[in-house]
Design a protein around this ligand. Structure first.
Ligand SMILES: Nc1ncnc2c1ncn2[C@@H]1O[C@H](COP(=O)(O)OP(=O)(O)OP(=O)(O)O)[C@@H](O)[C@H]1O
Ligand SMILES: [Mg+2]
Length: 253
């Protein structure tokens, strides 16, 4: 497993899937970095990693701007290990969580584009610190335009089985292809019937995007949410965890 980003329409299940994927990856690999790129971070709860108080913004020296061939490029201002040592928190199964900080958090945070920050952190994590990465993304399409996923090896596009969600997934796929990402996989989530499964299969067959997992709608996810727990802790042998585990095996194959 290398660097995997989880994208998709708002509410499609990105965080649930990214959190479960990170925990299962940690079990298999011994260590993994989960990056919460959402300005409204909640990946921690989906993984059973809780933090007291809001996530602080990363400090201004996290990024620096370099001029290369007359072009301004944002780079990490310090080694990734230092950023992880001071800002990540460790949870179960060898998962480390780094959130970029909440937009509402007070203090003098880094004002660089958070897209650039996510991009550089994901790139450096694997290259400098040999950490596989699971990145939970915000729902907006903006990160595609800004190349946030440039250093990602595999992009998952999560979709629900209804047409507006599929069209939204289709737009993400097109933008990801424009960015030059080769390994794009669809994840069908909240699937309740064979008919729904067929609709999703037809849609992605037309786009020539492989479906890497079909995850059923499962009440255990809602129950876990109600209790504020990670699905993997609430229903470790449930259908959702099994489906994500199958997906991880395919991603690692
Ligand atoms: N397989 C599933 N079965 C039942 N409910 C699910 C499933 N996956 C996700 N959900 C529910 O869907 C809602 C959205 O899930 P989640 O927060 O993971 O989505 P998201 O794409 O990260 O949302 P956002 O765009 O707000 O970040 C939650 O209430 C969650 O419990
Ligand atoms: Mg989310």
């Amino acid at each position: 497993m290398q660097r995997i980003a989880v994208s998709g329409k708002g509410g499609s299940g990105k965080t649930t899937i990214a959190g479960t994927l990170a925990r299962l990856s940690g079990r298999k690999l011994g260590h993994v970095l989960a990056v919460d790129g959402d300005p409204n971070p909640n990946l921690g709860r989906a993984m059973g990693i809780l933090r007291e108080g809001p996530w602080p913004l990363l400090p201004p020296d996290t990024m620096k701007v370099e001029e290369i061939d007359g072009k301004k490029v944002s780079r990490l201002g310090k080694p990734i290990r230092e950023i992880l040592a001071t800002h990540s928190i460790t949870g179960p199964d060898g998962v480390r969580l780094l959130a970029l900080g909440e937009v509402e958090a007070s203090g003098k945070g880094c004002l660089c584009s958070r897209h650039a920050m996510v991009r550089e952190i994901v790139g450096a994590a694997m290259e400098e610190a040999n950490e596989p990465v699971v990145l939970d993304m915000e729902a907006s399409l903006e990160h595609m335009r800004r190349g946030t996923v440039k250093h990602v090896d595999k992009l998952l596009v999560v979709t629900e089985p209804y047409y507006r969600a599929l069209e939204s997934a289709g737009r993400l796929v097109r933008l990801a292809r424009e960015l030059g990402l080769a390994k794009i996989y669809a994840v069908a989530n909240k699937v309740r019937s064979p008919t729904e499964e067929e609709v999703i299969k037809d849609y992605f067959a037309n786009l020539e995007v492989p479906i890497i997992a079909i995850i059923p709608f499962d009440d255990s996810v809602t129950e876990a949410d109600l209790e504020g727990k990670a699905v993997i802790d609430h229903a470790p042998n449930g259908a959702v965890v099994k489906a994500v585990d199958g997906m991880l095996n395919r991603l690692m194959a």
